[in-house]
Ligand binder design. Structure first.
Ligand code: FAD
Length: 292
């Protein structure tokens, strides 16, 4: 069963997110990770799209490699940043020719040094417009982003949810979350989204953090709250203990979400497989994911 059939049949999916590295050392790490990932029987892998520059072209080659060599369904991220409609069209054609079946359709962040997103004069202003375009011209499954703790630019969570509903109405098939550490934030978001008419399968973005410094960085980057209990668990830990705490916390988060009907777990692996693999193993051992 492919990942989308699982989502529609309410069977929880498990997936990793990778990004195209900027350095040759980064590619080396990623390639050894890919070798290990093959045995993990993931439902899909998603590959991010850079904010600009050379890594953008690498998304396509990485997606092709994962699909071809690992034979795992791969979802390519695509953003509207700096692209006209015709550029977007030709990227989508290349992805379709490469056999990609799913696109994570995003607006993207303002490029570095700019505080506000300015759409390309012949491009798209919002992810919902990109989604409508993909739906009209291509045959991809379409993912979109959601933010349990509100997108940083949205005036309120309710308004942000209205915008998620537009993404659904324009053709999104499922939604993947921004990283979060507090499940209560997700449950409260889900209740509000359902009331607003959102019925997309919602997957959860989970990251096994490995240090207090890393946690603070992601708190700032993703505007997500770090629960006091997680901070407390990390305090005074050695490097190795902090890694173990991160894995244990993320496993607990996933177990709770799976018990409470999450559509899928999307692990932000940071191109390394060890922590993500241990979480997957923990969840299979506990019977929360099918044993392959
Ligand atoms: P949108 O859905 O367009 O929303 C952006 C803002 O506009 C929100 O505040 C929303 O409320 C508001 N809005 C939406 N529609 C309207 C409307 N009609 N009128 C007024 N306001 C509106 N970034 C990358 O560069 N590359 C990646 O690969 C990448 N992958 C991601 C994966 C996930 C799962 C997530 C959660 C984020 C990812 N991002 C990525 C980051 C994302 O690009 C940013 O968070 C970006 O700022 C918003 O993208 P969006 O698709 O959510 O935008």
């Amino acid at each position: 069963m492919n990942f989308f059939d699982k989502l529609t049949n309410k069977i929880p999916t498990i997936s990793y997110e990778f990004f195209p590295p900027k350095t040759s050392a980064g590619w080396h790490t990623l390639y050894s990770t890919l070798g290990e990932v093959k045995q993990k029987n993931l439902d899909f892998i998603s590959v991010t799209y850079g904010a600009g520059g050379t890594t953008r072209d690498k998304t396509l080659s990485l997606v092709e490699r994962i699909q071809g060599e690992l034979e795992i369904d791969t979802m390519a991220h695509l953003t509207c940043v700096g692209h006209s409609k015709s550029e977007i069209h030709s990227i989508l054609e290349k992805l379709s020719d490469a056999g990609v079946k799913a696109i994570m359709a995003l607006r993207g962040d303002p490029p570095q040094g700019q505080s506000k997103f300015t759409p390309h004069p012949e491009g798209f202003a919002y992810a919902s417009e990109l989604i409508a375009y993909i739906k009209k011209h291509f045959d991809f499954k379409i993912g979109c982003a959601y933010y349990p703790e509100k997108h940083s630019e949205a005036i309120s969570l309710d308004v942000d949810i209205e915008h998620l509903k537009i993404k659904q109405d324009n053709g999104a098939d499922f939604a993947a979350s921004q990283l979060f550490f507090n499940n209560e934030k997700f449950y409260s978001f889900r209740d509000k989204a359902i009331k607003a008419g959102v019925n997309l399968p919602l997957t959860a973005g989970i990251m096994p953090v490995s240090s207090i410094g890393q946690m603070s960085k992601f708190q700032e980057m993703c505007a997500c709250q770090i629960p006091g209990v997680l901070k407390g668990m990390m305090e005074g830990c050695s490097k190795q203990e902090a890694v173990e705490v991160g894995i244990a916390y993320a496993t607990g988060q996933c177990v709770d979400l799976l018990k409470n009907g999450i559509a899928g777990i999307h692990l932000y692996s940071l191109n390394r497989s060890q922590a993500a693999a241990l979480i997957v193993e923990n969840l299979r051992l506990k019977g929360f994911l099918a044993v392959e």
